[in-house]
Design a protein around this ligand. Sequence first.
Ligand code: ATP
Length: 470
Amino acid sequence: MAAKKKQGPMDVIVALAKRRGFVMPTSEIYGGIGSSYDYGPLGIEMKRNISNLWWKEMVHKHDNIVGIDSAIIYHPKTWEASGHVDGFVDPLVDCKQCKTRFKADDLIEHVKNAKGVDEAPLNPAGDSLNADHPSYAQVPCPNCGNRGTLTPPRSFNLMFKTFMGPVEDSSNVVYLRPETAQGIYVDYPQVLNVSRVRPPFGIAQIGKAFRNEITPGNFIFRTREFEQMEMQYFIEPGKDLEAMEYWKEARMSFWRDTIGIKPENLRFHEHSSTELAHYAKSAFDIEYNFPMGWSEFEGIHNRTDFDLTRHQEYSGKDLRFFDDRTRERYIPYIVETSAGLNRGLLATLLDAYDEDEVDGQTRVVLRLDPKVAPITAAVFPLTKKDGLPEAALDIYKDLKRDFNIFYDETGNIGRRYRRQDEAGTPFCFTVDYQTLDDGTVTIRDRDTLEQAERLKPEDLAGILFNKLRS
Ligand code: ATP
């Protein structure tokens, strides 16, 4: 018999996510659609926990940050001002023979290493393809191997386009937003009018963004529809470096200390001058050690006064801030923190996954922080008889008023614990025969497996509340 192939952690997480209803392929009865995913009963709880913790951290814990929830479809001029209509493009190369489509950037390594090519057809900086170079025609297609079949790179805009209203003509073209940030910039004057904020202050929002990605993949790492958690911090010019330092540390600490990702799996990546986006003066990614390698899941960007200057120009509205103390007007600088909720959730799931040996059997356990775990506690009666379910249901109903609690009375107790371990549930309360005598229940800890302590039902809510504080 062939040796069993050891699955990589991504395969294991994809399988667990589907089996337990964290993340499932969308419209599966029709065979699914190009890397779109749905969040099931456990996944949505976890996703909401992460986004609620983010909101609490950014908006509620900072006196000078307010939230908004803007529309997904903005005035189309927004995207001209932001540079997305002209600049949000990926150059693509098609093979005329096998019809495979490649991102030009992904072909750079290929052309450097291709056999039978006189000289790599790259532009002088070495970071983009040069289709006018004589050896471009010698490059074999990475898929079918034919030479001379690759087209020159052609631009492809990543924004999803649609029409507003019944008439499908160019004057009605609108876009699904490819980032939530622009909604904040265009709302900035209204937020200034309705709240008492003044620089330094932030505006936060969580919402869907859409990008017609050419190469989606790695499960929910890169999809065409995803959620961002973004905060734009408006500051006086010159205060940007200080703000960058503050937000770099604050955002790293959020993922490490609040969400509980292991520090050794997190790092910063500073953008080099060739990586920097057109609007950015400096940029740091927070990267996670994903199975496919270190990759970004949040960016902290010094966007200078680029965005508001452009919106001022395109809208014709004065977007300067009037400082009544100095009597001066200026366009605020912006430091942005832009996190992907889905990528953050994927990193958290991968990081929490563990297997250990319990009673001679492999136990799958998600060591999620209680604040992130989809179910905070499970309540079990030891058996289905002798009034134990009734006593357990009383506890369950009481705790359910404040927490997400799961009740289960079916099957053997060991199996019930294992199912909760796999869902990441940090605590199980079990009602047994002693409960009928003195009212106390056991508490089982998912990670230590200790179960010696007995607690009074009236203390349970307080214990859980303390575990969920951040
Ligand atoms: P990448 O280089 O991976 O395409 P990006 O640099 O374009 O990402 P940003 O525009 O800075 O990403 O977006 C901020 C965050 O939004 C990213 O760190 C990521 O977590 C999330 N994000 C961006 N694109 C996607 C996508 N296609 N699917 C899921 N999340 C995404």
